[in-house]
Design a protein around this ligand. Structure first.
Ligand code: ATP
Ligand code: MG
Length: 245
C-alpha cells in the first residue's frame, strides 16, 4: 500500500496489539479491530480489562509489546507526530486549566493542537454547538460541573477537526441528560465521517449509539458484534455470560 493511500483514510486499526507492562501484567493480548470513518466503536469490559491501555497505545502514551495501533494509516509508535495530527482525544477527566475561562481554555488548547487559526466567533460557535450556554463562556473552569468540563473537552476536539476521535469513558459521572446530550454530539460527529473509538461501562448507551460493540475481558477481545447482529440481543445478558466464562 502506498503512503498516499494510507493518508487518505481516517480509520483506526489495532493490529495484534499486545501490551505487557513492566511488572509482567498482560493488559492487552493480541487484540485486533478496525474503526472505519463514520463509525462508532464501543469497548465494554470490566475494570482492568485493557480498554484504557488500548486507547493509550493509540495515543502513544505507552508502547506496544507486540503489534501496532494505526491512526489514519500511521503507526502510533513509529510515526507519532503524524498519528497525533489525525486524532483528537477526550479523557474521562478532561485536563484543562481551572483558572482559565472556557474561551481561554479553547484558545490555548486549540492552538496547541493544530496550526489552524481561530476567531473568537469560532470558539463561541463551537461552545454553543456542544451545549455550553453563552453565560458560561467567560467563567473559569474550576466553577464548572463535570458535564460542562466535558463539553469543553469535546469542543477542543471538534476544533481540531481530526478524522479520528478517542474517548475514554466520556460519559462516566455525567447526569443522564448530560450523558444523552454528549452522545447526540458524538452522533453528529459520526455523521461528519469521524472514526470514533470509545470505552464505556454504559451497556445501554453503547448499544444505542455504537456501530460495533466489543467486549474485553482480562486483555482479550472476547466478543465483537455489529449493531445489526445485536439488534435482537440482550446485550446486558450477553455481557454477563462473557464475564462468567
Ligand atoms: N501503568 C501500568 N503499569 C502496570 N500495570 C498497569 C498499568 N496500567 C494499567 N495496568 C494494568 O493493566 C490492566 C488493564 O488496565 P486498564 O487500565 O487498561 O483497564 P480498563 O479496561 O481501562 O479498566 P477500567 O474499566 O477500570 O478503566 C490492569 O490489570 C491494570 O492493573
Ligand atoms: Mg480505563
Amino acid at each position: 500500500m502506498g503512503n498516499n493511500e494510507l493518508r487518505g483514510t481516517g480509520k483506526l486499526e489495532a493490529i495484534n496489539l499486545t501490551k505487557k507492562y513492566e511488572d509482567g501484567v498482560l493488559a492487552l493480548n493480541n487484540v485486533s479491530f478496525r474503526v472505519e470513518p463514520g463509525e462508532i466503536f464501543a469497548m465494554l469490559g470490566g475494570n482492568g480489562a485493557g480498554k484504557t491501555t488500548a486507547i493509550n497505545l493509540f495515543l502513544n502514551f505507552i508502547e506496544p509489546t507486540e503489534g501496532e495501533a494505526r491512526i489514519a494509516g500511521f503507526i502510533s509508535h513509529k510515526k507519532p507526530l503524524q498519528a497525533k495530527k489525525h486524532v483528537a482525544y477526550v479523557s474521562e477527566n478532561v485536563m484543562l486549566y481551572p483558572n482559565f475561562t472556557a474561551l481561554q481554555n479553547l484558545d490555548y488548547f486549540a492552538r496547541l493542537g493544530t496550526e489552524k487559526k481561530f476567531t473568537r466567533d469560532d470558539y463561541r460557535k463551537v461552545l454553543l454547538r456542544v451545549g455550553l450556554q453563552e453565560s458560561a463562556h467567560n467563567k473559569r473552569l474550576k466553577d464548572f460541573s463535570k458535564g460542562m468540563r466535558q463539553k469543553c473537552g469535546i469542543a477542543i476536539a471538534i476544533l481540531k477537526d481530526a478524522p479520528c476521535i478517542l474517548l475514554d469513558e466520556p460519559t462516566s459521572g455525567l447526569d443522564p441528560q448530560a450523558g444523552f446530550e454528549f452522545l447526540q454530539l458524538l452522533n453528529t460527529l459520526r455523521e461528519e465521517g469521524k472514526a470514533i473509538l470509545m470505552s464505556t461501562h454504559d451497556i445501554f448507551r453503547a448499544k444505542e449509539i455504537a456501530n460495533t460493540i466489543a467486549i474485553m475481558d482480562r486483555g482479550n477481545l472476547v466478543m465483537q458484534r455489529s449493531r445489526q447482529e445485536l439488534a435482537d440481543a440482550n446485550l446486558e445478558e450477553l455481557y454477563m455470560q462473557y464475564m462468567a466464562a
